[in-house]
Design a protein around this ligand. Structure first.
Ligand SMILES: Cc1cc2nc3c(=O)[nH]c(=O)nc-3n(C[C@H](O)[C@H](O)[C@H](O)COP(=O)(O)OP(=O)(O)OC[C@H]3O[C@@H](n4cnc5c(N)ncnc54)[C@H](O)[C@@H]3O)c2cc1C
Length: 486
């Protein structure tokens, strides 16, 4: 764009990924950046998901930034606490003036002549930036089912990530569709309030008690007084997650241990033998995302709650029809049907060198070196990209990705070159390694469950196959030979 000013870094998305990128840039001494966020506030996942009972599944001292420790009141933070945390990190690092809230990025297009991306936004602006960091998340675009009759429903219907706060559920007949990580939080939270709650389950998940509790005042005081203790506790949580990780090995002892733990939990927490049978999965632990919930199973014992172990096949004006053809009337239909994680970067168009659209480059197999860079898309970085989901705390994974991006940007600036790009062979090697690791993983395509990890051709495109420590080491060591600067 001749004559126009060229910006430094455009960060797209103001969730924890965008915030991590912004702070890492500042810490590297790079302060020429902007964060585009379509919502009116930071937080991403924790801004969008406001359903009753929403909270994180993993311990908060691990699910927080290494550079922004917090005096967490509970082992697992609630959604309002996490939203507040996002706000407070934005304040602490003075990021607010860098945010452009309410602005959606529509496209980024590489321009060979200027060595910049043209960034087009929903407010009609077009600006040039030397670098782009995409932080638009993995679980950001809701998945709406295509059941026949959906638009004929006379009650109220909404997706869990678009919770309608105007709707009072008191005394209503409510149908929750889905029994994944979100539904198991909503069901116990709304059961005492509604007249009748039907929970539709297509396929059960392996559920383990979460063990959430408030920290005692003494524990909190110790963490405040001795920050090294808190760091040690965080480190211990990551170490323990390494043991859990072994359970993904199908033939291993840990796999059996996790199954037994979950089976014992079913036996002790659920009264009705028919419900116990219905919630018992027939596939290996770890095939689907493991579910952490301490109050879901006990809630199924309530007289006003019914588990319907059937998928939905149709919606009528009065309710839903299950796979067996039985109609269930409902006033409110809550779609706990998840997101569209395999459609990476569907939120905006990315055009790289020679006018290549990233979706054409990917076809049915979204792939990126370490999940972050893609050959032919210079100076472009993806956070929470292909095959990075897992590794315990996504915040930790996001920090590693932001570090890869910021180190590369700093190298471009230090070497006074125009661009950084990825050797195609480095990407192909990385993908082959990921595929080899995932072939032994409980989430493999043929392990026998429905999960959200696979693209239509069957490639697992979302999951990181090893622990966070392995990711950490690879992110520190591999970019040196995989990235080229000129
Ligand atoms: C209900 C739920 C529970 C979860 N629980 C856990 C958990 O227990 N542990 C865990 O590790 N992870 C969990 N996750 C995953 C969670 O998404 C990540 O931990 C993390 O919050 C992802 O941050 P992000 O910034 O990458 O993406 P997001 O939080 O999704 O943020 C992306 C941001 O990009 C913005 N955006 C998207 N497109 C555009 C555009 N074109 N222009 C401008 N802005 C755009 C969005 O508005 C959003 O604010 C959970 C996810 C969900 C949905």
């Amino acid at each position: 764009m001749p004559g126009s000013t060229i910006g430094g870094v455009a960060i797209i998305g103001g969730g924890f990924g965008g915030i991590a990128a912004a702070v890492k840039l500042l810490k590297a001494g790079i302060d020429d950046f902007v964060v585009f966020e379509q919502s009116p506030a930071p937080g991403g996942t924790w801004w969008d998901n406001r359903y009753p009972g929403c909270e994180v599944d993993i311990p908060s001292h691990a699910y927080s930034f290494s550079f922004a420790p917090r005096d967490w009141p509970r082992t697992h933070a609630t959604q309002p606490e996490l939203r507040d945390y996002a706000e407070s990190v934005v304040e602490e690092f003075g990021l607010r003036p860098r945010f452009r809230f309410g602005v959606r990025v529509e496209s980024v297009t590489w321009e060979e002549e200027t060595g910049c991306y043209r960034v087009r936004t929903s407010d009609g602006a077009e600006e040039a930036y030397r670098f782009v960091i995409s932080a638009v998340g993995l679980l950001n675009v809701p998945r709406y089912p295509a059941w026949p009759g959906m638009d004929t429903f006379e009650g109220v219907s909404f997706h869990t990530s678009r919770w309608d706060e105007e709707v009072d559920l008191t005394g209503k007949r409510v149908a929750v569709v889905g029994t994944g990580s979100t539904a198991v939080q909503i069901v116990p939270a709304i059961a005492p309030q509604v007249e009748r709650l039907q929970v539709f389950q297509r396929e059960p998940g392996w559920v383990e008690p979460k063990g959430e509790r408030a920290f005692t005042p003494a524990e909190r005081a110790r963490f405040r007084r001795f920050p090294a203790l808190r760091r040690l506790y965080r480190f211990k949580l990551f170490l323990q997650s390494g043991r859990r990780f072994k359970a993904y090995d199908l033939g291993g002892r840990e796999q059996r241990r996790m199954r037994d733990l979950c089976l014992r939990y079913i036996a002790t927490a659920i009264d009705d033998p028919a419900v116990r049978a219905a919630v018992t999965p027939s596939y290996p632990w770890g095939c689907k995302r493991p579910i952490f919930a301490s109050s879901f199973y006990p809630t199924l014992n309530r007289p006003n709650v019914e588990l319907v172990p059937q998928a939905i096949k149709e919606v009528t004006p009065k309710g839903v029809v299950d796979d067996l053809g039985v109609e269930h009337e409902a006033d409110v239909l809550i779609l706990s049907t998840g997101f569209q994680p395999t459609r990476f970067l569907s939120q905006f168009t990315v055009t790289g060198r020679d006018g290549t659209d990233i979706q054409d480059f990917w076809g049915d197999r979204p792939r990126a070196f370490l999940g972050v860079t893609v050959p032919g898309f210079p100076n472009f970085f993806i956070l929470y990209g292909p095959n990075t989901n897992g590794g315990f705390s996504i915040i930790a994974q996001l920090e590693r990705q932001a570090e890869v991006a910021v180190r590369a940007i700093r190298t471009v600036l230090r070497k006074r070159v125009q661009r950084v790009d990825t050797h195609p062979s480095a990407l192909e090697r990385h993908v082959r390694w990921v595929d080899r690791q995932l072939a032994k993983h409980a989430s493999a395509m043929d392990a026998g469950c429905h999960n959200y990890y696979h693209s239509p051709s069957g490639a697992n495109v979302t999951q990181w196959p090893r622990t966070h420590f392995v990711y950490y080491v690879l992110c520190r060591t591999q970019p040196r030979s995989a990235l080229s600067y000129r």
